[in-house]
Every structure is written in structure tokens, then in C-alpha cells.
Design a binder for this molecule. Structure first.
Ligand SMILES: [Zn+2]
Length: 468
């Protein structure tokens, strides 16, 4: 009798663009066999057997955009609470952003982050390193240390906080250009939060001066043109320098159009959007104020609808949550204060998949699109495909098993994130479809909403197999 770690029986599973029926046998963390022979899996004894009848088995989903705040602000979130939230939300891996304190701006600091995550994370993880004008000489070393790419903010460091922003910033176009020049030499991919800082500052000043200080202040100051202009600049510089670039959380069809044209000209660019830009508009900022405040802001309905075609034509490669936790005391703003005083970010990793599955239920996209945008592409972009991102023999035994039919209400009380109390925007929304098992390298880390806290430290650091 052969020994297996896990058998998923009666699985309707996604593979190579289609759904097939069979039993999936996982040995030593990897998919050993997939069989359609009735009774074949009876040749194995397994530590655990899951009968997936009635469910759908997807390759493990990857959240391309999370802020887990460690090191630096573990009162907001840490690798344990954040990764438990990931598991609860149906994610077997995540890509963590580098704006922590201190940021991973050299191999030593990157390694410190990796060690913390290895000790605490329940699911696997990838690291984006910090890239700034001031740490250009570290890019090579950071790639060697396994970073899947770099992230840069296009703004000066806030006064007095320069230390916290080491390696995170290109303060102006000149610094950006030189950063991309060095980036091109390193061979890495450089991701940008694309918003023109000077434009936003000028609009903020104007809105204050003209007394436009209600919640609309946020989306009026972070105007659409700030993103479009910044995307255009990065693309122009990418063309001039030959640097591989990427955009996180793109929110506008105009940006997508520019990116599509740039690709046609041979510029190597990767695009991410976030689920909330697809599903919600700026009326939520009017209603929920700081609790719907994120950067870039939610846009108008037309823009949000206009993003959808770019999900299907390949312009948008992947979708992330931009899970960005804060304490309730930080988000709350007194009656005398305006929305500009509240920090930007929404903790969304536990609601993203159910809300996207609701779109599947409504017929706006297919389950195969979910796989492509949350797993297959995300793995390919980061050079970890086919180890991750597909269900095939030899791949890691990572699965997100979903129940497409169950109807439930999203409840912040059940969430694992430390920031559940600021999750007001989605609380009480109803969805059809939810994750029922999250499985990482053959280990069940979430079973019907319950995260296995003994899986603390199970998560592994994912270095690219191929530098993409
Ligand atoms: Zn972010």
C-alpha cells in the first residue's frame, strides 16, 4: 500500500484551461498522481482524505498585493494574523509589499523580513523588495536574495520620516529615470504606485482653499489624471531605459489603454488591479469616509465598468486585495477632522474571493478567469509557474477548494485580520460562493472557515525559478 499525504477525492478540478473530474493524490507536498480510474486512490493510505463532491478545486490562489506591517507596525497586523486571514480568504500564497519599518532595501533587511515570515506565516509568500533612488546599488543583491521584484513610491519621504522610507522612494522624475536606468541593468522588474504627487498636493491645496472638505475631498484630490500622467511617465522612461516595469493597483481604463499600447511597442510591463476598483465606486467614499479610503481612490462607476474589458483582453495580468490594515483608533476621525487625516487602506483579503465569486454567480466572469487572474498569471509573472499556479503532476499541492453555491453574509466578527474593526465597507454584504478549504503543499490550513493555527511557520519563502 502506498502512503499519501492527502487525497482529494471526486474532485472537479481546473487544469490547462478546463475542468476535469478525478482524484488528486498528494505525496510530500506535491501532486503525485491525478487519476480518473474509479477506485485507484484506494491503492493509497492517506493521512487525510477530502471528499470534494459538490465543490470545485482550483489551483492555490495567490494574493498579489498585501501589507502585513511586519516589521514595524505589528499592532496593525503581523505575518501570523495576516497569513491566517489569507488562509481564511482562500489564498495559499501572497506577495508582500516592502513599506515596512525598516524596509527591505538591501539583502540583509530582506532576509530579516523573510525570517519573520518563515517563523509565522501559515501560507507561502513572495517578497517585493524596496527600490529607491538611494539604494540602486542593492538591486542585484536583492534579486539574488530571492525578491520577485521591486516596489517604488513616487513621492518624497514625509518630513521627519526619511529613515522609514529608505529605498522606497523616487522623489521626482529625475530620480525615477536614474532608478529605472539602474533597474534595467539589474534585470529585475520594478513596480510602481502610479500617482503624480505634485498634482495631488496642488489639488489638495485648492480643495482646502475652496472649502471642498467633505468625503469627496479624497477622490477629488487623487484625481484620475494623477494616475494617467504617472503611468505615462513610467512607460516613457521604461521605453527609454529598457527597464522591465509593473503597475500595482491600476484603477482606470485610460491607464490600461496606455499600457496596452506600450506593450504593442514592445515595452515589458505587468499590470495589477484590485478587486475593489472593479466592484465599487466613489459613492462608497461618500458613504463610508475613511473606511472606504485607499490610494488610489475608488473611481466613478464609468471608470470601474471600463476596467472590465481589460480583464479579458490580457492587459490586466492579476488582481490583488491591497490588504492594508490599520487600528480602529487610527482610522477614526473626529467630527472636527477631515477625511485627509485618516490613513489610506482597507483590510480586504478575507472578502475578496467571496465578492469575486459573487461576480461569477452573476455571470460577469468565469471560474477560469478567477484561476487566470488570481493564480496562473500571478505565478507566471513571478517566475514560480508551474510549481505554483496550476494543478498538474509535479506541481505543489496547493488548492483553493470552493463551494460555488453556498450563500452567506460577510461578517467582520469572523475575520482573522487584526484590523477587522475597520472592515465596515463590506460587512454584511451577501455573496454566493466561498472558499471551504485552503491547502498549502498538501496541508489543510483552512477547513470551512477555521484556520489551523498550528500551521504557524508552515509558509515557505518563494524565490523565482525563472527571473521574469
Ligand atoms: Zn498597497
Amino acid at each position: 500500500m502506498n502512503r499519501a499525504q492527502l487525497i482529494i477525492k471526486n474532485a472537479l478540478y481546473y487544469t490547462a484551461g478546463t475542468f476535469e473530474q478525478g482524484d488528486i493524490i498528494i505525496i510530500d507536498g506535491q501532486i503525485a498522481t491525478i487519476t480518473t480510474l474509479v477506485g485507484y486512490s484506494g491503492n493509497f493510505t492517506a493521512e487525510r482524505v477530502i471528499d470534494a463532491r459538490g465543490y470545485t478545486v482550483l489551483p492555490g490562489l495567490i494574493d498579489s498585493h498585501v501589507h502585513f506591517r511586519e516589521p514595524g507596525h505589528t499592532e496593525r497586523e503581523d505575518f501570523f494574523s495576516g497569513s491566517c486571514a489569507a488562509a481564511a480568504g482562500g489564498f495559499t500564497a501572497y506577495r508582500v509589499m516592502p513599506n515596512v519599518i525598516p524596509p527591505p532595501f538591501d539583502p540583509l533587511h530582506l532576509n530579516d523580513c523573510v525570517i519573520l515570515a518563515e517563523q509565522k506565516s501559515v501560507v507561502d509568500f513572495m517578497m517585493l523588495a524596496a527600490a529607491g533612488y538611494d539604494n540602486k546599488q542593492q538591486f542585484f543583491g536583492l534579486i539574488k536574495a530571492g525578491a520577485v521584484g521591486f516596489k517604488t513610491f513616487l513621492q518624497p519621504a514625509p518630513a521627519g520620516k526619511e529613515q522609514e522610507f529608505t529605498g522606497l522612494i523616487a522623489a521626482d522624475d529625475g530620480e525615477l529615470y536614474l532608478l529605472l536606468q539602474a533597474g534595467a541593468e539589474s534585470g529585475g522588474r520594478f513596480y510602481f504606485h502610479a500617482e503624480n504627487y505634485q498634482l495631488i498636493k496642488a489639488l489638495e491645496k485648492y480643495l482646502h482653499a475652496t472649502g471642498q472638505e467633505d468625503n469627496s475631498f479624497h477622490y477629488k484630490s487623487h484625481a484620475a489624471i494623477a494616475e494617467v500622467e504617472s503611468v505615462a511617465t513610467v512607460l516613457n522612461f521604461a521605453k527609454a531605459t529598457g527597464c522591465k516595469v509593473g503597475f500595482v493597483h491600476i484603477t482606470l481604463p485610460e491607464s490600461c489603454k496606455l499600457i496596452k499600447q506600450a506593450r504593442e511597442q514592445g515595452i515589458d510591463v505587468v499590470t495589477e488591479t484590485c478587486f475593489h476598483y472593479l466592484l465599487f465606486d466613489d459613492s462608497y467614499i461618500d458613504r463610508f469616509g475613511p473606511y472606504a479610503k485607499c490610494n488610489p481612490p475608488l473611481r466613478n462607476r464609468e471608470a470601474s465598468e471600463g476596467l472590465w474589458p481589460y480583464l479579458f483582453d490580457g492587459t490586466i495580468d492579476m488582481v490583488g486585495s491591497d490588504h492594508a490594515p490599520f487600528m480602529a483608533s487610527e482610522k477614526v476621525i473626529g467630527p472636527s477632522k477631515g477625511i485627509w487625516q485618516a490613513p489610506s487602506g482597507i483590510p480586504a483579503i478575507e472578502v475578496m474571493l467571496p465578492l469575486m465569486l459573487e461576480q461569477v454567480a452573476q455571470g460577469r466572469l468565469k471560474l477560469s478567469d478567477i484561476v487566470r487572474l488570481f493564480s496562473e498569471n500571478t505565478a507566471k509573472v513571478h517566475g514560480i509557474f508551474p510549481r505554483k499556479g496550476c494543478i498538474s503532476v509535479g506541481s505543489d499541492g496547493d488548492f483553493t477548494i470552493i463551494d460555488s453555491n453556498s450563500r452567506q453574509k460577510l461578517s467582520k466578527e469572523k475575520m482573522y485580520t487584526k484590523a477587522r474593526d475597520i472592515n465596515l465597507m463590506f460587512d454584511g454584504m451577501e455573496t454566493t460562493g466561498k472558499p471551504v478549504y485552503t491547502i498549502v503543499r498538501g496541508r489543510v490550513v483552512m477547513d470551512h472557515g477555521q484556520v489551523d493555527k498550528n500551521a504557524r511557520g508552515w509558509g515557505k519563502y518563494l524565490r523565482p525559478d525563472i527571473i521574469s
